[in-house]
Structure formats: C-alpha cells, structure tokens
Design a protein around this ligand. Structure first.
Ligand code: TRP
Length: 465
C-alpha cells in the first residue's frame, strides 16, 4: 500500500505545494475587496490576529492528522479519531467538490482577462471601453463561460493526473516562484505610484471606530478560507509528508507566505485604485469586481509599464488559482483512490468530469438560464443569494467550512489523546520556539470558541460569502 501512495520529494516541495493551495483567489480577489468593504486597518489587524490564533493552530492540527495516518481526509479522521469521524472527512470531500465546481468559473475569468489584456497590449486599449459592461458581457456569455471553465478544468485534471510528485509538486515548484516574481514587480510598480501612501495608511492604520462586529466574524471566516482549512485539504497534503519533516515549521511558513501575499496584493490594488480618484467611486459600487472591473483599465491608464504588467498580472491570477484547484481536486480524488482502491488515472478523470457537471451549473449562473440564474435558498432582499453560483458559495463559505473546521478543532483538541498529538507536533522535528502546551490551549479553547461564534453568527444571519 505505502509504495503506491505518493509523497513529497522534500520538505520544500511540500511547503510550496501547500502554500500554492493556500494562495489563490482568496488572496488576490476576495481579501482586497473585503478589506475595502470593512474599511481597512482595523479589519486587517483583526484578520492577522485570527490567522495566528485560529488559523495557525488548525493548520498544525490538519497536517498532524495527515502525517500521522498517511491517509487522505476520510481515512485519516477514521484512524486518528474514530470510525464515526469518517463522516467529517466526507463532509470535507463534499465541500472540496462543491468549492472546486464554482472556483473554476472565477479561475476561468482570469483566462479571459489574460487574453483581453494581451490583446490590448498588442493592439491598444480601446477608448471609451466600459469595463463594467465588458465584465457583464463575458460572465453572461454562456458559450464563453463553458469554454473558459472547461479549459481550466482540463488544466486541473492534467496536473492531478500525474500524481503528488510529478504533478502537484512539480507545478507548484515551477509556478510559485513565478508568482512571487510577478507580485514583486507589481509591488515595486505600485509603491512608486502616487496612491501608495494612501493605500498603506488605509491598510495598516487601524481605526476601530470603523470596524463593525460583522467585520470581525468575516475576518475569522476568511482566515479559514484563505488557508484552505476546514475541509481536509491540509490533512490530505499532510498525508504525503514524511515523518522526518516538521509540521510546525511548515505550518508557520505556509501561514506567513499566504498572509504576506494577501497583504501585498491588497497594497498593489489599493495603490492603483487610489491613483485614480474617479475609480474609488467605481470600486465602491462593485467591490467584488475590483479585480476584473476596476483593474484592467487602470493598467493602461495609471500603472507605469502597465501594458506589460497587465497581462502578467492575469497570468498570476490564473497560476494562483490553478495551484488551489489542483489541491481541491486532490482532496476528492485521493478519497476515491485511498478508500475505494481506484487507480489515480481513473480516479482523477472520473472526479474531474463529475465536478465539471456542476461547474457547468456554476458557469451558466450568470446567463439567463432559468433556475441556475434565479434559484434562491439563502438571504433575503438586497442580500439574497440568487442563482446556483451564489448559493453554492454561500453554502460552502458559511456552513461547510466553519462546521468542518469546528469538527477538526474538536478532533485534535478533545478526541485525540495528548500523547497522540504531542507525538506528532512535539517530536524531534519541532523547532525550538514551538510550545506544545500553547498549541493545545489554542486548539482546545480559543479555536473552537472562535469558530463556534462564526457558526452562531451564521445561524443568526450574518453573511460571509
Ligand atoms: N485557499 C484558497 C484561496 O485562498 C481557497 C481554498 C479554500 C482552497 N479551501 C481550499 C483551496 C481547499 C484548496 C483547497 O483561494
């Protein structure tokens, strides 16, 4: 059995793959706009606290369950905690399935904008182009959406098909450095712009009068999403770690890199937006569209060397999304491989095509397709989540990730023995700064209470999607 399972070739390979999973649309698309909506500074500070106090301990918990059992989500929870916990693993697999199905659609948009910006760079940016209208046209063009998301799905399946070392790790090793490189170029360019001072103040100067209680919960919910926690993805990646590699050090590196990238992306976007005063109002109207509506034209009007950086930027988004989608598919595929004994090639094709059926629903949610664009389960009035896409996103972000994460805190903090978790975290691979007692306190008390608060807030009607 063990020979058939993949494993990372080295600690660095694993860290890059897991960081690639964490860094994604959550960092480049979602974090900037929720920071904007929640007025910056204080929200960012709360987010950082959540990352350290809740995200980091849960990251260690998931990785330790994976490394200990060398099994993917379902099998790992069964073995580490007890047979009934397989249900929690299945919940995670289902969550990965749904998340992948609609995440692929947004990832497809990055391909569209890559093609568009490349065209503008070659042929000139059209005068009087309405980027809001362009966005609406592309997202409601059913044929285009199906094509883009099919292309992205094929890319995801192709990577996972080749397995842990030859597929996932290889792509992460190749793409993450490119991603970091492009971001640094963009950061240098952004810091040189007139809006950068304002952007830095907005992001790093906390003003607690501007933070609403719902913002605190949103920061907490996002700390889960951005670190790929709460659904067994890190259990699965952890299961390919060798026992000689430290989980504690890896967790710290993944968390620091993910957070740094989210902050850098936000500084870049706000610097660009702040340089164009009329843009602020535009962004205010459609915060969700910042990445695809406000930015495209700014590359051609505000950003130095924007014509080169524009297409590069959308390549960056696509690469970041791909290193996330491949880990989502890995959660689903590794379950089928480990628990049902199907070989990897067959499992990836099977899972990839089944997920794609649901991607079709998500891709058509912005066209005039009855039910898919109009279905309504969650939210009322202005907050109503209309259509398949919004419904799926709401269900995953608000219900599935928090409940899954809550279960994992209980599993690692209360149901596994102290000896079992200490044996993984506090072994000879642990760095000197690590304090097992502190981890145990956070995973038993701080994390479940914080996550429990999100769940209660969701039940009372606060929205995190
Ligand atoms: N972390 C990813 C992002 O920020 C999204 C994500 C959430 C994810 N859960 C995941 C990715 C599980 C891979 C696996 O975009």
């Amino acid at each position: 059995m063990t020979e058939q399972r993949g494993n990372w070739s080295s600690s660095a390979g694993f860290i890059l793959a897991a960081t690639g999973s964490a860094i994604g649309l959550g960092n480049l698309w979602k974090f900037p706009f929720i920071t904007w909506e929640n007025n910056g500074g204080a929200f960012v500070l709360v987010y950082l606290i959540c990352i350290v106090a809740v995200g980091l301990p849960i990251m260690m918990a998931e990785l330790l369950i994976g490394r200990k059992t060398q099994k993917s989500a379902v099998g790992a929870l069964k073995e580490a905690v007890g047979p009934a916990w397989g249900v929690v693993g299945l919940w995670g697999v289902l969550c990965g399935f749904i998340l992948l199905s609609y995440y692929t659609v947004i990832a497809g948009w990055s391909l569209f904008y890559f093609a568009k910006t490349l065209g503008w760079t070659m042929g000139g940016f059209p005068t009087n182009l309405q980027t809001g209208a362009l966005f609406g046209e592309q997202s409601s063009n059913a044929g285009l959406q199906l094509g883009l998301s099919l292309a992205f799905s094929i890319a995801t399946v192709s990577v996972v098909y080749f397995g842990v070392q030859k597929g996932i790790e290889r792509i992460a090793r190749l793409f993450l450095p490119i991603l970091f490189g492009i971001l640094i170029l963009l950061l240098i360019s952004a810091l040189g712009m007139s809006g950068s001072g304002e952007a830095l103040r907005f992001i790093f100067r906390p003003n607690f009068a501007e933070l609403e209680p719902s913002g605190i919960l949103e920061a907490l919910g996002h700390s889960f999403f951005t670190l790929s926690l709460g659904m067994g993805a890190m259990i699965t990646y952890g299961s390919y770690i060798e026992r000689s590699q430290s989980i504690v050090k890896a967790s710290a590196i993944i968390v620091v890199l993910d957070t740094a990238i989210a902050l850098v992306a936000t500084v870049i976007m706000f610097s660009v937006v702040a340089a164009a005063p009329e843009q602020k109002e535009e962004v205010g109207k459609s915060t969700v569209g910042m990445l695809f509506i406000s930015l495209p034209q700014l590359f051609y009007t505000e950003v130095p060397f924007g014509a080169v950086l524009g297409p590069l930027f959308y390549v960056l988004v696509a690469l970041a999304a791909l290193t996330s989608t491949m880990s989502l598919l890995e959660v689903v595929a590794s379950y089928v491989i480990d628990e049902h004994g199907i070989d990897r090639a067959k499992a990836t094709l099977m899972c990839g095509s089944t997920v794609f059926v649901f991607t079709i629903f998500a891709a058509l949610s912005f066209s005039d397709v009855p039910i898919l664009s109009t279905m309504h389960i969650f939210g009322e009035g202005a907050n109503a989540k209309l259509g398949w896409f919004a419904t799926a996103d709401h269900f995953v972000s608000n219900w599935m990730l928090p409940t899954g994460g809550f279960a994992i805190t209980l599993a690692a903090g209360w149901f596994m023995t102290r000896a079992a978790t200490e044996g993984e975290l506090g072994d000879e691979t642990a760095p000197a700064w690590f304090n097992y007692g502190a981890w145990r306190f956070f995973i038993r008390f701080v994390a479940p209470i914080a996550v429990g608060a999100i769940i209660i807030a969701v039940i009372l009607g606060v929205d995190f999607a």
